[in-house]
Design a protein around this ligand. Sequence first.
Ligand SMILES: Cc1ncc(C[n+]2csc(CCOP(=O)(O)OP(=O)(O)O)c2C)c(N)n1
Length: 286
Amino acid sequence: MSEMLKYFRENRLPHIWCPGCGHGTITGALVRAITKLKLDKNRIVVVSGIGCSSRAPGYLDFDTLHTTHGRALAFATGIKLSRPDLKVIVMTGDGDSTAIGGNHFIHAARRNIDITTIVMNNDIYGMTSGQYSPMTPTGMFGTTAPYGNVERPFDLAKLAIASGATYVGRATSYHAQLLEELMEKALLNKGFSVIEAVSQCPTYFGRKNKLGSAVDMLNWYKERAVNVKAAAVMAPEKLEGKFLIGELFNQPAPEYTASYDALVDGVRRKFDTFQGGVRECAQNSD
Ligand SMILES: Cc1ncc(C[n+]2csc(CCOP(=O)(O)OP(=O)(O)O)c2C)c(N)n1
């Protein structure tokens, strides 16, 4: 525990999250994963957008950026390109990453840039009081879906995989141990990693959908989440109404900043050779 405290800005606590919110559990899992990997806190940058989830970096004693709504990955991309030696982590919400920030999300995945992205998915816009998001399940309620959401939600993991992410996992705030293990592997992946961390919002999503207390919501996750390894041997009808957790994808591919640096080196070498040739010509013509 004391080992973990060095990663927190204790003077910024207590946090602003509502009683029963899952975002603290997810932040705790990330800090435990970082502690386990013994990462140098002075070489970690944590970037967020705007939302309840995006308040997390404010409590963490790394170099942190609280940016604009949906733009965490754009800022993180700039940091990683200029300082590829740093470990860059993005903490974002389902709205921040798949609504206003959806474009940045798919392109960061497509490039396979070495950023670990933790999406705290509470199925709703928490900070602005419960509007539905692109990840609100069909039929569920939000303040902007008072008769039920008619849209189909993204499956974030499938979106990330199809876009090019090289490590993708999902767990819930109930499965905190698994969450930590997935985060550890995501942090070690040299490429774009996405962890969908399903998080209960009893204040808005829970209340609007009559899901009960935070504990009831955690039990809801416990009953509906199936580990992908167990699911592999289950009959499809047994998986109806369930969702998969665990390591959903792990397939290395060339990383963007490494490819970019190699390109720059190649161009520089060609340019130097060319300049050398020009110098030789000039000397010969003297
Ligand atoms: C450009 C812009 N548009 C809208 C907002 C208002 N806004 C702030 S947070 C937020 C949604 C946050 O939801 P999510 O990313 O799911 O995070 P949560 O609060 O649920 O953790 C919105 C729409 C804003 N701050 N900036």
